[in-house]
Each structure stands twice: as structure tokens, then as C-alpha cells.
Design a binder for this molecule. Structure first.
Ligand SMILES: [Zn+2]
Length: 173
């Protein structure tokens, strides 16, 4: 998959996503698998649900296919965490609340996220990610920086658990 870096203040919506994809210079993107640049072609869609807890959206995600290695890649945004329906901003809020010793039931009420999901996120965080935050000594106030740091050190989106190749695309224009 390829993660498009966006400012965290952008809405998580199909309209925003579509505009992002329209502006994307696909010929500049390098393949996370074979590293070839500019060999991608459009290759269908799939729908994924992303939730902030308060609101859920279904987003039609663009897939692209590398003509060199034939691997298909999904184009996600840095608002999303691969394999999770819970938005990055919400996962970060949950971690912040837990670190402030807020109870699970208060977080559930505040963010509309089930205790089961809170538990899952927190255990992932302590198992895989807390160390990274310690090394970085980074606060959670700038999510796009957090994403960039995470990719720079681990080649993964922050809070991504599965080790599937993911590369960050930063639009420099
Ligand atoms: Zn490739």
C-alpha cells in the first residue's frame, strides 16, 4: 500500500479523497515492492470504512497496479491506519486518554469507541509502539509529523501492526 501524507485538519471524506487522487502525479510514485518509478496504472477500487468514533465514512479506495512487478497497491491517506477502521486521530486520542489515566468507560462515552476496540488499540500500542514514542520523545499534537517519523524509522504508518510494505508519498508540489 501507499500512504498519501495529508494535513490532519483535512476532512475524512470521499470528496477530499477524490480530490487528492485527482491531483496525484501517479507517474512520480515508486513501487513499494520493486522500487520502479512511474509504472503504475489504475486498477479498480474497494470500499473501506473509517471511523472517528463519532462519525463513520465509507471511502472508495483507489487501487493501482505496478506494471513491472504486477503487485497491486491501495492508496490510503495518513488519516487512516492500515487494517484498522479506527482513524489515526482517534487512536491517538485513545492513547492520550489512557496515558492521562482516564477510565475505559469514560473514553468509551467520550469517543464512542467500544471498550473492546479501546483495549485492542492500547494493547497494540504498548506491545509495538510505545518504545518508538519514547525514542522519538514526540508528543501527539502533530499527526502528519508523527506519520513521517514513523515511516522514516519503521516504514510503517503509526499504529500499523501488520508488516505489509507501506510507503509514504509526500506531495512536494
Ligand atoms: Zn512494482
Amino acid at each position: 500500500m501507499i500512504t498519501l501524507l495529508v494535513n490532519e485538519n483535512n476532512p475524512l471524506s470521499q470528496t477530499f479523497y477524490n480530490e487528492l487522487i485527482e491531483d496525484l502525479q501517479i507517474y512520480k510514485i515508486s513501487c513499494p515492492q520493486c522500487k520502479c518509478i512511474g509504472h503504475f496504472g489504475i486498477h479498480g477500487y474497494y470500499t473501506r470504512t473509517v471511523t472517528t468514533g463519532i462519525a463513520s465514512v465509507s471511502i472508495r479506495i483507489q487501487r493501482i497496479k505496478c506494471n513491472s512487478c504486477s503487485m497491486t497497491q491501495a492508496l490510503l491517506t495518513s488519516q487512516m491506519v492500515p487494517y484498522s477502521q479506527i482513524a489515526l486521530s482517534t487512536q491517538v486520542k485513545i492513547i492520550e486518554e489512557i496515558e492521562k489515566k482516564t477510565s475505559y468507560s469514560s473514553i468509551e462515552a467520550k469517543l464512542s469507541i467500544s471498550i473492546y476496540c479501546i483495549n485492542y488499540i492500547i494493547s497494540n500500542y504498548y506491545k509495538y509502539w510505545k518504545q518508538m514514542k519514547l525514542i522519538a520523545s514526540l508528543d501527539f499534537s502533530n499527526l502528519s509529523k508523527l506519520t513521517q517519523l514513523s515511516f522514516a524509522n519503521y516504514s510503517l504508518q503509526f499504529m500499523q501492526i501488520r508488516n505489509t510494505a507501506n510507503s509514504l508519498w509526500v506531495n512536494t508540489t
